[in-house]
Design a protein around this ligand. Structure first.
Ligand SMILES: Nc1ncnc2c1ncn2[C@@H]1O[C@H](COP(=O)(O)OP(=O)(O)OP(=O)(O)O)[C@@H](O)[C@H]1O
Ligand SMILES: [Mg+2]
Length: 346
């Protein structure tokens, strides 16, 4: 986790936390040596941070977040147990994990529709405590307005943002010339990106599920969010359509330089679309071997990007898939916290 861009005070805190984390995940090295190494690293970072007058905040930083829900029967269910994620610059981050482990919960915390019980989520250096337009979202179920055409659906957010309804109504010719026309042009550009330009005048019910989901992606992208959150966006599609949309979103990422936070329980999909893979798993154990409570991040790795067209068949792709399935999805295989190795985290 890069800390070099933070202020000196938070740097010290981060260094102390980093020292604790290292102590947990490097059991072979004496604790005092790790702490003194961390302390010298921290002072080096402090000097470099002081030299940097205007540090760029990280796109996303989840700092030791813990989240729990009240149970109807009383007490609480711990869902997320001490998860830290740092995304310094825009990246395509896939989050994968077994069903029910807390992926959507994590996504809602990043969106800001829920706030963590403990810890914090920061986007571009600002604490996230409510949703705003800097974080767009695409859900599994298409969220289109049935009475608007495809193009009108895509530009809907821009129109809401631009002017008040009454102002638009009172100044219609002016509004059309100055606002709506550029919006429509921009909408067509985004429809082009998702391959739907020729369907701009249709209504959602005239489109297939996959096409509707493409519209939802264009609708979210046109708002130019800093982070695009996607929760199982292709979960309701057949395998062929799903694969086509996976390619669409990868191309959109490459063209528009978005930061994407992509949640799925489909491991193959996560490795295929993402540049970086986070594995959230409830299958871990305490240092004494007792089963853990809630889900932790058990892996944080770069995804192989092979030059071959059929990347899913590449040996390094298949190796990573088998490794993650073993470490993150197998209830019988519980890593101990002391053995976690996130040291190579991107
Ligand atoms: N609002 C809520 N109130 C109470 N419990 C909740 C709430 N939202 C989620 N949970 C519980 O938290 C746990 C994690 O749910 P979540 O939806 O985040 O899992 P998930 O990993 O997204 O699952 P899936 O892959 O099936 O979508 C589940 O046990 C769920 O029942
Ligand atoms: Mg979910």
């Amino acid at each position: 986790m890069a800390a070099s861009d933070d202020g000196p005070q938070s740097l010290t805190d981060k260094a102390a936390r980093a020292a604790r984390d290292t102590a947990r995940r490097a059991p072979g090295i004496p604790l005092d040596r790790q702490l003194s190494d961390e302390a010298s690293e921290a002072s080096a970072l402090k000097v470099s941070a002081a030299e940097d007058e205007a540090p760029t905040p990280h796109v996303l930083e989840c700092d030791h977040i813990v989240h729990r829900y009240a149970k109807p029967s009383g007490g609480h269910q711990l869902v997320i147990n001490d998860v830290s994620i740092c995304v310094p610059t825009p990246d395509f981050v896939s989050v994968v994990g077994p069903s029910g482990c807390g992926k959507s919960t994590l996504l809602r915390l990043v969106l800001g529709s829920e706030t963590p019980w403990h810890g914090s989520v920061c986007a571009d250096g600002r604490t996230v405590d409510h949703p705003d337009r800097s974080r767009g979202i695409v859900f599994q179920r298409y969220s289109l307005f049935p009475h608007l055409t495809v193009l009108e659906n895509v530009i809907f957010g821009l129109e809401l943002d631009g002017t008040w309804l009454l102002q638009r109504w009172l100044t219609w010719p002016w509004y059309r010339r100055t606002h709506q026309r550029p919006y429509l042009e921009m909408g067509m550009e985004y429809l082009n990106t998702v391959g739907l330009a020729e369907h701009a005048g249709k209504y959602p019910q005239q489109l297939s599920g996959g096409m509707q989901q493409r519209v939802a992606i264009a609708q979210a992208m046109i708002m130019k969010p800093r982070i695009l959150l996607m929760d199982e966006p292709f979960g309701a599609l057949d395998p062929g359509t799903r694969e086509a949309l996976q390619l669409t979103i990868v191309q959109a990422y490459e063209q528009h330089g978005l930061c994407i936070f992509f949640v799925t329980h489909d491991l193959e999909e996560a490795i295929f679309v993402g540049n970086r893979l986070l594995v959230l798993s409830p299958f871990w154990s305490e240092d004494d071997g007792s089963p853990g409570n809630g889900a932790k991040l058990v892996m944080d790795v770069r995804c192989p990007k092979s030059a071959t067209v059929d990347r899913k068949a590449a040996p390094e792709f298949q190796e990573l898939l088998a490794h993650v399935r073993h470490q993150g999805f197998d209830p019988a295989q519980r890593q101990r916290i002391c053995d976690f190795d996130l040291s190579a985290a991107p």
